[in-house]
Write a protein that binds this ligand. Sequence first.
Ligand code: GLC
Length: 592
Amino acid sequence: MRRILSRRFLVLLLVLGASGVVFCQDMDEMWGEQVMKLKAADAERGQLFTEGNYAMFIHWGLYSHIGNHYKGKSYYGIGEWIMNGNMANIPVEEYQALAAEFNPVKFDADEIAKLAKDAGMKYIVITSKHHDGFAMYHSQVNKFNIVDATPFDRDPMKELAQACKRHGLGLGCYYSHYQDWTFPGGGNGPKQTADGRKVDFKYYYENKCRAQVEEITTQYGPIAIVWLDTPGRIPREYVEELVQIVRKNQPEALVSGRAGYELGDYQTLGDMEVPHENVEGIWETVDTINDSWAYAWYDNYWKTPEEILGRLISCVSRGGTYMLNIGPKGDGTVPELAARTLRKAGEWIKRYPQVVYGTDASPWKHALPWGDVTVKDSTLFLCIFDRPKEGELYLPGLKTKVKSARLLGEEKKKAGLKVQTKGNWTKITLPARTSEKMVPVVQVELDGQPEVDPCWGIDPALETTLLAQFADVTGAKQEKNSWMEKFGEWKHVVRVWKWEQGGRASWEVDVLKPGYYNVDLTYIGTGRIVWGVDIEGGEHIQNQQNSSHNYQKFPIGWINFPKAGRYQVSVSCIEGDLAEASLKAIHFTFVD
Ligand code: GLC
């Protein structure tokens, strides 16, 4: 979220800057610029990434031993930040001393690699050193590590590297190159050495960071990805040197999009961000299986297998790769429910690997009311998350001729499906029941590369949602907004707000079935708001509804599309706090 810095704030910055107070950047500002990156120059590099499409992220460290409960108090938010002022604010020495209690004897690298394999993941990226400065491998450079500072006396990254090899998985290392909260000079870390000498970032970089990146890229075999994070204010020349070290030691490895200065090999979106529109180039979404990266004792809000598949397939359908995180406990085990839901989703991927691996983005460039689409040459895989009541699957705007459609996983005789086209619409009729109970998949063979007319189709059988992100906007502000629910639990929405009188958000839609549709709006606001909905050259409806500080859906009323065809629909904010009224989406549901 790009914040407009007020004049007063600028003066404050100058005063603080002058007085040497370093202003902590917000986490999302520390992520650095997100830039589109086309396919890696040499195809080998990153094949696992571009074809695998699905991977395991592991946040595991000293913070897992704490599990967001410290000195009798629970802290809510991302567990790997427990030491930080945003959470328990644990002094450096006190935090370092905790290592003596950290002894994850139940850690089983083979079990974790097997879990990733069963889940359908192609590689694992583990936190070799996080912002707290604790290394989860046997570093010769710094004693604050799992072997020298704890009774554990084993190198878990060595064991994981061997297990990944045994299970045919790639291995990647997360390394916090800018932030180090325990090493003098580290980003947002101590400003002086134990003997009181004032030091700067150069001291940390030359005495820890650079040497550790050498270690992780030379001592653990082939590395598929070096996942640098929160570049913050790291000087450019250091990032250039780190990337060179990776190129020298691991020529086939990718460097993450959060290296800084656009020096990464691909784009890493914001935390927990699954885009709604296709994103060009090579990119990844990083997500977590509950709401915290590292283990948090209270966080049992696990994603269901269907939710995991939903976010994975959405990512692949938008053209990206999905890296889903687990946070092992302080004893080294993976929370049982996390493993269970991962395995369940993995069973589906084992049934339909062709839908996920090596597939391309949907030609519709966004989700459809019933689900989403991945593509392999002239074959479409329709993944059905929301089955229409009568089994009528509508494909708006498909221009390429359909040769055949069949349900995957059904016996031969029952697999073929009826396909009808009417104008700009294709309808595929599903049988009353499908053997696939999780996410049924329809394989559609086309007579050539898929081509789709981008106009928004209003589905006659299911609720159709049009996001504010896709609207043409006049007299209002359309912008991306990212915020944290619990600390570090990121949400991302493109909103239309700061309405002026007469301001409009418009979409061009295609209606197959004329008649009345119920209209709902999803928005945030303050107090009662009057919204208007118009069909250009047609009906205008308006209604007053209350609002809340969370995005919520409110009914506006029925609107009539008199005949099949194209329409311009628009939303306007008529009365109430127009500035704070923040529209996320409009929804149409056929009624009569
Ligand atoms: C953010 C958090 C960090 C986490 C990372 C995962 O940068 O600061 O704790 O590891 O996101 O993407």
